[in-house]
Design a protein around this ligand. Structure first.
Ligand SMILES: *[C@@H]1O[C@H](CO)[C@@H](O)[C@H](O)[C@H]1NC(C)=O
Ligand SMILES: *[C@@H]1O[C@H](CO)[C@@H](O)[C@H](O)[C@H]1NC(C)=O
Ligand SMILES: *[C@@H]1O[C@H](CO)[C@@H](O)[C@H](O)[C@H]1NC(C)=O
Ligand SMILES: *[C@@H]1O[C@H](CO)[C@@H](O)[C@H](O)[C@H]1NC(C)=O
Ligand SMILES: *[C@@H]1O[C@H](CO)[C@@H](O)[C@H](O)[C@H]1NC(C)=O
Ligand SMILES: *[C@@H]1O[C@H](CO)[C@@H](O)[C@H](O)[C@H]1NC(C)=O
Ligand SMILES: *[C@@H]1O[C@H](CO)[C@@H](O)[C@H](O)[C@H]1NC(C)=O
Length: 282
């Protein structure tokens, strides 16, 4: 059993350590302020076969010639992209990214280091680093890039079926999504017994076409076909009335996340640095 004296002694020691840490932290920021800049990345997903953007911003600097942007990828030897002295420098670029990358060179001066990635591949998924040097200092932030396929569904009346049916079709998804139907009139109803969903591999053998048929639908009701995997969620709504068919659809990327990293380098950089704040942007 610890005596009261010991408890007080260790409490005081703990408080002193915490205070010392806090002071060192504040001083660390003061000293290192000149040498570090804020770099912010925004995580989003890439759609296979399309062009993607790896988003990164930094504290702007009017001296363009002093700005260096380096994009790196974990597990890849060469650079993903490098921009310095106002232009692209691709001599150290990894061949995996040859001819597929670009920064928005007219946006660099306003602190936009985002990278455009052409023809996104499944293998482009991974951890990227946006590393920036300006005349004010340097900083970096990581970005988790997910790749997959997602597309907006189209819902139509299926005139071929024997009963009144709706047909929901989306051309490209990966990984295989879940498909759930819902109706405005029967909220919470489970339509799994009156629907049939199939996945058909597209010719490139990665993405799949999603088709779901909902049987025995009623007029004047709004039905939603919801397709979701771990990177995106899409919905197609349809309402069939006596005189018209109304449709609406939308697509949302899941887990968009901004990562704000303040990296500070100083004599006492053992103190809680670098600091990263993660903001959920949902
Ligand atoms: C950077 O510039 C590009 C091209 O104008 C733009 O699409 C992108 O949204 C910008 N990124 C940020 C974070 O402002
Ligand atoms: C409906 O049937 C017609 C003729 O049998 C066929 O050509 C068409 O592809 C079918 N449509 C769907 C959506 O199955
Ligand atoms: C709907 O019912 C099926 C079985 O008929 C079940 O497997 C599924 O989990 C249910 N879905 C929901 C959202 O309750
Ligand atoms: C649709 O409704 C009809 C008549 O109520 C029924 O016979 C049929 O089994 C239903 N179809 C499905 C897929 O539930
Ligand atoms: C679902 O669709 C597939 C292919 O269109 C068909 O072979 C299967 O019989 C259908 N299942 C049900 C329960 O309707
Ligand atoms: C897709 O897979 C099939 C069978 O496995 C194969 O014959 C075909 O060449 C593949 N296509 C591509 C583009 O890889
Ligand atoms: C659908 O709604 C319209 C107008 O709201 C109404 O005139 C019509 O009778 C309804 N049809 C059915 C089958 O309920």
């Amino acid at each position: 059993m610890a005596s009261l004296g010991q408890v007080i002694f260790w409490s005081i020691i703990s408080i002193i350590i915490i205070l010392a840490g806090a002071i060192a932290f504040i001083i660390g920021f003061g000293i290192s302020g000149r040498h570090s800049i804020t770099v912010t990345t925004l995580t989003s997903a890439g759609n296979i076969g399309e062009d993607g953007i790896l988003s990164c911003t930094f504290e702007p600097d009017i001296k363009l010639a002093d700005i260096v942007i380096q994009w790196l990828k974990e597990g890849v030897m060469g650079l993903v992209h490098e921009f310095k002295e106002g232009k692209d420098v691709l001599s150290n670029q990894d061949k995996m990214f040859r001819g597929r990358t670009a920064v928005f060179s007219d946006q660099v001066i306003v602190g936009n280091a985002s990278l455009r990635l052409k023809n996104v591949q499944l293998t482009d998924a991974g951890t990227y680093k946006c590393y920036i040097i300006t005349s004010k200092g340097k900083g970096n932030a990581n970005l988790e890039y997910k790749t997959g396929a997602f597309s907006i569904p189209e819902v139509n009346v299926d005139y071929n079926a024997s009963s009144e049916s709706l047909r929901c079709e989306a051309p490209r998804w990966f990984p295989q999504p879940t498909v759930v139907w819902a109706s405005q009139v029967d909220q919470g109803a489970n339509f799994s017994d009156v629907s049939n969903t199939s996945f058909e591999l597209n010719s490139e053998n990665v993405t799949m076409k999603v088709v779901s048929v909902l049987y025995n639908v009623t007029i004047n009701n709004t039905y939603s076909c919801m397709i979701e995997n771990d990177i995106a969620k899409a919905t197609g709504d349809i309402k069939v009335t006596d005189s018209e068919i109304k449709r609406r659809s939308h697509l949302q990327l899941l887990n968009s996340k901004a990562s704000l990293c303040v990296s500070a380098y100083s004599a006492i950089d053992w103190v809680l640095l670098p600091l990263c704040f993660y903001l959920m942007l949902k």
